[in-house]
Design a binder for this molecule. Structure first.
Ligand code: NDP
Ligand SMILES: O=C(O)C1=N[C@H](C(=O)O)C[C@H](O)C1
Length: 275
């Protein structure tokens, strides 16, 4: 049994698909304590976050007041952490608020623009407060991305297909954008044209990211989160694929980030930097 105080954690988006999974994971982690649960969904206001998550009562009600809940997190023996799985529209303000209160953000919500990310990074640096933004908390995805980066030393033709459930707000996925960013900066332009290509229906060839990596998004009920990186060369196709079959897959990465963010003094973008 450790004599250190548990890390106080606020979960923002606590009633969502990811938020419920995070509440369960924190309830089971001996070195963490859930001190606040926030969500804007009116149907869960005032309900016990543990009951909503399906892990039994935790005596932490779901509130719709992030600022008030962050204040609670500042009144704990050690500095708190805010885990955010909400919506692309609100995440920037949520993270700014957490940093302003000295509560360290661990952010899974996707959709932050490069400018927003850079602004949050400057803000964290000035506040000397750790923050982690990870478009994907699954360790399997990081391994897939790293294999793609290695393959990029030898191959020039790479397209990414990401497939998600039909309740996803943003496209392309944060994971696909991050993968393209990781493949960029090696002084090459991917997918050089070998014909004068005509896109008969706009969008048919996907979006261009990074150094010309093509991204394609599929949205269907029945899917959770999946990504293929397809690498082509004369006479061969190398396909990397990751399938999330349960959101529990993200929890080891989320818990690791909650622990690591307490040691940081600035913003880190990407789970791969913590492994
Ligand atoms: N980094 C990673 O590994 C992963 C990232 N994600 C990302 O996390 C985000 C959430 O995903 P998911 O859990 O599936 O989404 P859900 O829609 O299931 O959950 C989001 C919850 O947050 C609530 N909410 C929306 N805006 C706010 C806000 N400003 N403040 C507080 N609560 C808010 C929603 O309420 P209401 O329904 O009323 O809007 C909902 O209850 C997405 O951006 C997704 O891409 C998802 C999986 C893994
Ligand atoms: O919305 C989701 O579900 C997911 N979003 C993240 C993304 O945009 O990459 C991570 C994962 O793919 C699940």
């Amino acid at each position: 049994m450790s004599d250190r105080s548990p890390i106080p954690v606020v979960v923002n988006g606590a009633a969502g698909k990811m938020g419920r999974e995070v509440v369960k994971a924190i309830a089971q982690a001996e070195d963490m304590m859930l001190v606040g649960a926030v969500d804007l969904a009116p149907s869960v206001l005032g309900q016990d976050s543990g009951e909503v998550a399906g892990c039994g009562p935790l005596e932490v009600p779901i509130l719709n007041d992030l600022q008030g809940t962050l204040v609670l997190a500042t009144q704990q023996p050690i500095q708190g952490v805010m885990v955010d799985f909400t919506h692309p529209d609100g995440v920037f303000e949520n993270v700014r608020a957490a940093l302003a209160y000295g509560v360290r953000p661990v952010v899974g919500t996707t959709g932050l623009s490069d400018e927003q990310l850079s602004e949050l990074s400057d803000f964290a640096e000035k506040a000397s407060t750790g923050a982690i933004v990870a478009p994907n908390f699954s360790i399997g995805v990081v391994l897939m991305q790293e294999a793609a980066v290695r393959a990029a030393c030898y191959f020039d033709h790479i397209e990414i297909v990401e497939l998600h459930h039909d309740r996803k707000a943003d496209a392309p996925s944060g994971t696909a954008i991050k993968t393209a960013q990781m493949l960029s900066g090696f002084g090459k332009t991917y997918n050089p044209s070998v014909v004068n290509e005509r896109e008969i229906l706009p969008g048919a060839r996907g979006a261009l990211a990074g150094d010309n990596v093509r991204l394609h998004s599929v949205r269907l009920p029945g899917l959770i989160a999946h990504q293929e990186i397809i690498i082509g060369a004369p006479g061969q196709i190398y396909t990397l694929r990751h399938d999330t079959t349960d959101r529990a897959a993200f929890m080891p990465g989320v818990l690791l980030s909650i622990r690591k963010v307490t040691e940081l003094k600035s913003l880190v973008y990407g789970l791969e930097k913590l492994l």
